[in-house]
Design a protein around this ligand. Structure first.
Ligand code: G
Ligand code: G
Ligand code: NA
Ligand code: MN
Length: 253
C-alpha cells in the first residue's frame, strides 16, 4: 500500500480522529486540552503522526487535514465549554505549510466565527521549524492572529537551535518546555537548573510556561515549587478519545 494514496482518502473515509490531552493550571483547574491527530487505517492499523504528518506536508494534504483538525478541535472546545468548563483553551498543532497559505488567517477567523468559539479559546502550537523558511509574511500572519485574540504557543522548546532568538522575534503567549528537559529534572543537575531558570525567564518576559511530558509525582512537585503555570503529561492525563470527554477529568490534589 502506498501511504500517500491512502492518506489522500483518509479524511473522506473517516479514518482520522483526534485525541485530547488535558492541560492543568498549577491550582489544579483544568485549563484546556491539546488536540492530537490519529490515523487509523483499516489494514495498516494506527499510523503515527510522526510518520504521516511529514508526508501530508510534502503533498500539501496537511492543508485540508489541518483545517479539519481545527474545525473538530473548535467543536470540542464549544462542547466542553457548554458542559460548564469555562475558559477552556484548545491547543492545536500547526504545520508551517498551513501558515504559508495566503488565506490562512482569514480562513481561521471565519472558522472561529462559524464554530462560535472565541479567539481566546484557541491556541496554535508552532515549532521553531516555522522560522526555517519563515519570512516576514509568516510573522505578519502570526501577528494578525494574535491581534485577533488567538493564542500562540511555541512547542518543543529547547530542542531546536537559536531558541532564544525566537523568544525575541515571535509573537507568542505560551512556551512549552519539551519533555526531554522535564524527564531528568529529578536526577540531573543541569536540566534542573535549565528548567527552573527557564520558568523564571519566561515569567519575566510576561509569558506563560507549560511543562510537557510529566510522568511522575517528583517531577510534578518540583515544577509546582518552581512556579510552572501549566502542567501536561501522562501522570495528569493521557490523550483521550472524543467520546471519553464527558467522563470525570482528574483534578490535581
Ligand atoms: O501524538 P504523538 O506523540 O504521536 O504526536 C507525534 C507528533 O505529531 C508530535 O510532534 C505532534 O506535535 C504531531 N502532531 C500531532 N497532531 C498533529 C496535528 O494535528 N497537526 C500537526 N501538524 N502535527 C500534529
Ligand atoms: O511535539 P508535541 O509536543 O506536540 O508532541 C505531543 C506528543 O507527546 C503527544 O503525542 C503525546 O502523546 C506525547 N506525550 C504527552 N504526554 C507525554 C508524557 O507524559 N510522556 C511521553 N513520553 N509522551 C507524552
Ligand atoms: Na504540540
Ligand atoms: Mn512538545
Amino acid at each position: 500500500l502506498k501511504l500517500e494514496g491512502e492518506l489522500r482518502g483518509a479524511l473522506e473515509r473517516h479514518e482520522l480522529s483526534l485525541r485530547y490531552q488535558p492541560i492543568y493550571a498549577a491550582s489544579g483547574r483544568l485549563r484546556g486540552f491539546e488536540a492530537l491527530l490519529r490515523w487509523n487505517h483499516p489494514e495498516l492499523g494506527a499510523v503515527s503522526p510522526a510518520e504521516f504528518v511529514p508526508l501530508a506536508e510534502q503533498t500539501g494534504l496537511i492543508v485540508p487535514i489541518g483545517e479539519w483538525v481545527i474545525r473538530e478541535a473548535c467543536r470540542m472546545q464549544r462542547e466542553t465549554t457548554a458542559k460548564g468548563h469555562a475558559d477552556i483553551v484548545m491547543a492545536v498543532n500547526l504545520s508551517p505549510v498551513q501558515l504559508r497559505v495566503p488565506s490562512f488567517v482569514d480562513g481561521m477567523l471565519r472558522l472561529l466565527e462559524e464554530c462560535g468559539v472565541p479567539a481566546s479559546g484557541l491556541e496554535l502550537e508552532i515549532t521553531e521549524s516555522i522560522m526555517l523558511e519563515a519570512g516576514e509574511t509568516t510573522i505578519a500572519s502570526l501577528d494578525r492572529l494574535r491581534q485577533a485574540g488567538v493564542r500562540i504557543a511555541l512547542d518543543d522548546f529547547g530542542t531546536g537551535y537559536a531558541s532564544l532568538t525566537y523568544l525575541r522575534e515571535l509573537p507568542i503567549h505560551t512556551l512549552k518546555l519539551d519533555r526531554s528537559f522535564i524527564h531528568p529534572i529529578c536526577h540531573q543537575h543541569t536540566e534542573r537548573v535549565i528548567v527552573e531558570s527557564m520558568i523564571s525567564l519566561v515569567h519575566r518576559l510576561g509569558l506563560e510556561v507549560v511543562a510537557e511530558g510529566i510522568e511522575d509525582e517528583d517531577q510534578l512537585a518540583l515544577l509546582r515549587e518552581w512556579g510552572c503555570d501549566l502542567l501536561q503529561g501522562y501522570l495528569l492525563g493521557r490523550p483521550i478519545e472524543a467520546r471519553g470527554m464527558d467522563v470525570h477529568l482528574p483534578k490535581l490534589a
